[in-house]
Design a protein around this ligand. Structure first.
Ligand code: ZN
Length: 367
């Protein structure tokens, strides 16, 4: 079965104000790079359908959905909607086009589950909105598409499902949604001391959550060690029927909203290892606020999922796409020239610090 890339042209152009971290091009650049590399033929590419209001209401509050519709129609959210639903704020602005983007992420995640059950490995980079809450926008997330992917897998009869989250921020919305559901187990490696400030090592959710908050500067060696001795053994014990990976790219070196320093090779290898643990496999997107590292990471991830050969140096058409990117959050001098010419980073090994050993010791001590 071919791997499937779920995309949509609705993710071209930003609906976010210029100053917002999500104002950078994301999915559009990945689509363009994959096209330039010849990696997006029709056999591998599907469009994200929009989730209906009825589908959205299976997790989200009807009043919240209605408020997002009003905001999408061009209305400025009322003070009451701002206070009650968290929309129209600096963090979660309201703008025309936003509803379709959020509902498309959910429709894509539902379709991803169906395609994964049918045997495809699915990559849905517009998904991964792991902070979404039933009745509030949180952390740039409006609807929590990850919840919908996991629930759809449950509807297909699966009883042991793992959600593994490599985003630099704790996957709080997903953990909370499945707190009382024995079928879903969550694993999250994220930077300690970052918003949303949840996901401490002692936090086991409803008893099936594994949280690994890593110190700033987390390098490839430390990340890989956590995979080796904590995450992969935990997944082996679970023997999941399906895995859903949330693969935000904000844990990569160069991201302006985190201080982890992973190479994309470390991230890709982690995804490979987790996907090898189950027969039903979905990879979602997530955060990521450096347009170069995000585009290279997700394009390369898709290349690996579909079994493509990687060029050491990108062809001119692909370099031109990366050359046009801009980002206000990154100093000009901090832009690595290799971000414009290659897909794979050089590895970023480093010492294993005491905080990592303490996490390993705590995880093996059990709840
Ligand atoms: Zn994040």
């Amino acid at each position: 079965m071919p791997a499937v890339f779920l995309g949509a042209d609705r993710y071209r152009g930003s609906v976010f104000p210029d100053h917002h971290p999500l104002a950078i091009p994301r999915i559009a650049t990945v689509l363009d790079l994959c096209t330039a590399l010849g990696w997006l033929d029709p056999a591998h590419h599907r469009e994200c359908p929009l989730a209906t209001d009825r589908e959205l209401a299976q997790f989200h509050d009807a009043g919240y959905i209605a408020a997002l519709h009003r905001a999408d129609a061009g209305g400025i959210p009322s003070a009451a909607d701002r206070a009650q639903y968290g929309i129209g704020t600096l963090e979660n602005p309201a703008a025309p086009g936003l509803f379709a983007r959020a509902a498309g992420a959910v429709g894509g995640s539902i379709l991803a589950a169906d395609l994964a059950i049918a045997g495809h490995v699915v990559f849905h980079p517009a998904g991964g909105m792991h902070h979404g809450h039933p009745s509030r926008a949180r952390g740039f997330c409006y609807f929590n598409d990850v919840v919908f992917a996991l629930r759809r897998l449950e509807e297909h009869g699966l009883r042991r499902i793992a959600c593994v989250d490599f985003d630099a921020h704790h996957g709080d919305g997903v953990q909370e949604a499945f707190r009382d559901d024995p079928r879903v187990h969550t694993v999250s490696i994220h930077e300690a001391g970052r918003w949303p400030y949840t996901g401490a090592a002692e936090d086991r959710g409803g008893g099936r959550s594994l949280n690994l908050p890593v110190p700033e500067g987390c390098n490839d060696t430390e990340f890989r060690l956590l995979l080796d001795v904590v995450v992969c053994p935990a997944l082996q014990r679970l023997d999941p029927q399906a895995v859903v990976v949330v693969c935000g790219t904000d844990a990569l070196s160069g991201d302006p909203l985190s201080r982890m320093v992973l190479s994309n090779l470390a991230l890709w290898e982690a995804v490979d290892r987790v996907l090898a643990m189950a027969p039903v496999r979905i990879v979602l997107g997530g955060g990521g606020y450096n347009p170069w590292t995000l585009a290279r990471a997700w394009t390369g991830l898709w290349g690996r999922l579909r079994g493509a050969d990687f060029p050491d140096v990108l062809p001119p058409a692909a370099q031109a796409i990366l050359g046009l990117l801009q980002c206000d959050l990154i100093d000009h001098e901090a832009i690595d020239p290799a971000w414009r010419t290659t897909l794979a980073d050089t590895r970023n090994p480093g010492p294993v610090r005491g905080a990592i050993h303490a996490l390993i010791a705590g995880a093996s001590a059990g709840p």
